[in-house]
Design a protein around this ligand. Structure first.
Ligand code: IMP
Ligand code: MG
Length: 183
């Protein structure tokens, strides 16, 4: 789905498909360089990170394995509660592994702060974070994100895996949502 297909629902396009492609390649180059000689386990956080994992993993040039987790931190509201529930756990034993958590966006950072601690406690050798987007609201928690695509304003964004009420994940760019959609 392209921006023109949902033109009325979008306030403005922040990053085009081309911007995203270039950014993913940049992040992959950094990650490849930092993990020479290691076999990293990419942990994608469902569902928002599916596009990032799909594109990032293909941009990486050595062997990486992949696993997925689904967590819920929001309940029914739109604000993070800090209470995280595991909806789908990893299949992989983390003992001694170098783990890279891949996320679409860090908002409060509460989900990731919890997840990082949780994966460390399972005996991983290292647990780093890669997020395509980061909002300034995450300063509330001191979650250390090693790889960040872009820092953005605290506005609600959709596309490239990011949803509003489960829609717009298949939009090929990242855009802000028009107020009439959520009000
Ligand atoms: P937090 O960092 O614990 O507040 O939660 C981050 C999660 O909330 C992300 O992984 C997204 O799934 C979701 N989220 C936060 N901000 C947005 C947004 O602007 N658009 C879509 N989903 C968002
Ligand atoms: Mg997410």
């Amino acid at each position: 789905m392209k921006a023109e297909d949902v033109q009325d629902d979008i306030k403005h396009v922040l990053f085009t498909k081309e911007d995203i492609d270039a950014k993913i390649k940049e992040l992959a180059a950094q990650i490849d360089k930092d993990y020479v000689g290691k076999e990293v386990l990419l942990v994608g956080v469902l569902k928002g990170a599916i596009m990032v994992v799909a594109d990032l993993s293909r941009a990486l040039s050595t062997h990486y394995t992949m696993d997925w987790m689904a967590v819920s931190s929001y309940g029914s509201g739109t604000k993070s509660s800090g209470v995280v529930r595991i909806l789908k756990d990893l299949d992989t034993d983390l003992t001694g592994r170098d783990v890279l958590i891949v996320e679409d966006i860090i908002d409060s950072g509460l989900t990731l702060a919890w997840l990082q601690q949780n994966l460390i406690s399972r005996g991983a050798n290292s647990v780093e974070i890669c997020a395509l987007l980061r909002k300034p609201t995450c300063v509330k928690t001191d979650v250390q994100c090693k790889y960040v695509g872009w820092d953005i304003d605290p506005e609600f964004v959709i596309g490239y895996g990011l949803d509003f009420a489960e829609r717009y994940r298949n939009l090929d760019c990242i855009a802000t949502l028009a107020p009439h959609v959520y009000s």
